[in-house]
Every structure is written in structure tokens, then in C-alpha cells.
Write a new protein. Structure first.
Length: 130
């Protein structure tokens, strides 16, 4: 079964920009090694980082289907989605193990960040013949 693992960060995310270069480098190296392990195990389907919320837009269909684009309103939250993985695992427990590994990315001084990782099964599109 496929699972989407979503990495949420607290605040504006700008605090990462204040990290010492060696701390940021350590975290990026962790991410690359973590991703390589998922590729090697055959569990990686896709992954990517996301831009900060100031670059996000809300899109609705306007008259005649023309996109109406705005920079909000967004749900009031102290956390935002900063990246994701889609993994293909045999069990939910394995998806939880992978999420825990992602959560333990090193932060300043090498201490684990314990970033919240939301795990959600991907159920696919609904059947056509409802």
C-alpha cells in the first residue's frame, strides 16, 4: 500500500535559515542518506520539498472555468507542510517506522528535530461507477 508522509514545521520556517552552516549541512546529508535508503529498499515512490507558505496560492474555478488565484485565506495554523515522501510499504507499521526515521533528522548541534510527520494512506481515485 502507498502512504504519503508529510513533514510539518512550526512557525515561519525562517528559523532554519538561522542555523549554523554545519548544522544545515548535517540535516541535508541526513535527508540524502534517508532518501537513498528508501530507494535502495524499493519503498520510495516520490519525494520533494515544498516552498514556504508565502509562495502558496489558493485557486478556485471562476466564471467559465477561468482560474481565480489568491494568496489566501489559509487555515490558521502554526505549522505548515514543508516536504513529503510517498512510499510503498507492506504494512502501516513500516510506514510509521519510516516516518519516525524522517522525524529524527538532526537539527542544531545534531540533536534530533523530532519533526511531526503525518502518515496518510493513499486510497486512489473513487470508482467511476458509484
Amino acid at each position: 500500500m502507498k502512504y504519503m508522509l508529510m513533514m510539518h514545521v512550526t512557525g515561519s520556517g525562517d528559523d532554519v535559515l538561522d542555523w549554523r552552516p554545519e548544522d544545515f549541512k548535517r540535516m541535508i546529508e541526513f535527508q540524502h542518506e534517508f532518501d537513498a535508503g528508501l530507494v535502495k529498499s524499493g519503498e520510495m515512490v516520490a519525494n520533494d520539498g515544498l516552498a514556504f507558505p508565502d509562495q502558496a496560492r489558493i485557486v478556485r474555478a471562476g466564471e467559465g472555468g477561468v482560474p481565480v488565484v489568491s494568496d489566501g485565506p489559509f487555515a490558521e495554523s502554526k505549522e505548515f507542510l514543508i516536504g513529503f515522501w510517498i512510499v510503498d510499504c507492506a504494512t502501516p507499521e513500516r510506514a510509521y517506522e519510516i516516518a519516525a526515521q524522517a522525524s529524527s533528522a538532526p537539527g542544531p548541534g545534531g540533536a534530533p528535530l523530532n519533526i511531526p510527520i503525518e502518515v496518510r494512506p493513499i486510497v486512489g481515485p473513487p470508482p467511476v461507477d458509484l
